[in-house]
Write a protein that binds this ligand. Structure first.
Ligand code: ADP
Ligand code: MG
Length: 296
């Protein structure tokens, strides 16, 4: 009970520190700095540095400065609308993670630039909570932060943890991943979206190049790796990239596994998940493609 309480307090402290909307948060202070340098805590500097590294590694598919565009679509408030092209163009001109200047524990952003760590913070916090539990001698745990699952060890009986992968097209699970000591994070277009009068669907993961919801052909991306923060950053970035580019990206680094659900309902998964993932009974007719490293 005491360990769980400490974990909960840690998560709440991070929420206060990193929320974009809480006027007392460090991110809020950065976003309202009018171009002035802001002193931040070491933890916040570490998280921002991680987000910047991942933005660079994914060639800007992940971009921590997308927030103003997200706001224009109403994803931050729930007052959804399709912004006109002029608005998008104007806002996009300030979207570039290279507009964030971080040095040690001070950060400067130009007026008009805004930071949002929504795509990476949950994974980072999951890692922290897992570390906290491990330090307290916990050898078996499952932490679920909503779309972000972090496991420690196996189940107490020694069997693998079973993590459901949600079906983006209907209720229930598409299948189950069996893992131990791993983080599993899903980004899905079905999580937050709206539909316009013409029946077009718009979701909350945006392509920083267009300012529009990413439509590279994916409806969900699940990433499994030892670190939750890497899974979280990648699930968002790979969603933006689309299946082909995501496969290339995996081949170039390969220190994670992924399961892609394509818009047409097909599934692509990396080699390492081939024996780890089991389709639900009603989904066994789906086409599953295994992504492998190119053989020389
Ligand atoms: P969730 O937080 O819904 O589990 P994600 O980890 O994929 O899902 O993060 C999506 C959130 O990240 C959005 O709500 C938004 O705040 C932000 N976001 C959307 N598109 C991008 C992007 N291309 N780069 C960085 N952050 C993004
Ligand atoms: Mg993410």
């Amino acid at each position: 009970e005491a360990v769980l309480k400490a974990a909960e307090e840690q998560m709440q402290a991070r929420e206060r520190q990193w929320s974009v909307t809480n006027p007392d948060s460090e991110i809020y202070a950065i976003n309202h700095s009018d171009g002035n340098m802001v002193e931040i805590s070491l933890d916040t500097a570490k998280l921002i540095q991680f987000a910047l590294d991942m933005s660079a590694q994914t060639d800007g598919a992940l971009d921590t400065t997308i927030y103003p565009v997200l706001t224009a679509w109403g994803f931050t408030t729930g007052s959804y609308q399709v912004p006109d092209q002029d608005t998008i163009d104007k806002l996009l001109s300030a979207v570039d993670y290279r507009n964030i200047h971080l040095k040690d524990s001070s950060v400067t952003i130009a007026d008009g630039v805004q930071i949002d760590l929504g795509a990476v913070a949950k994974g980072y916090i999951g890692d922290e909570v897992a570390d906290l539990l491990r330090e307290q001698g916990i050898t078996s745990a499952l932490i679920n932060l909503g779309g972000n699952v972090q496991t420690i060890g196996t189940k107490p009986d020694g069997s693998l943890w079973r993590i459901g992968v949600r079906n983006p097209f209907a209720d229930g699970n598409l299948g189950v991943l069996e893992v131990e000591d791993m983080a599993v994070v899903t980004s899905g277009g079905y999580e937050r979206y709206f539909t316009d009068e013409a029946g077009n669907t718009y979701w909350h993961i945006l392509d920083p190049k267009t300012g529009y919801p990413a439509d590279g052909g994916l409806v969900s991306v699940t990433v499994a790796a030892s670190e939750g923060k890497r899974c979280d950053a990648l699930s968002t970035a790979l969603f933006v990239m689309g299946p082909e580019q995501a496969a290339d990206y995996w081949r170039s680094c390969g220190d994670f596994e992924m399961l892609l659900v394509l818009a047409d309902g097909d599934i692509w998964l990396t080699d390492g998940l081939n024996n780890t993932f089991t389709l639900s009974e009603k989904d066994t007719n789906r086409e599953v493609t295994v992504i492998r490293h190119e053989t020389k």
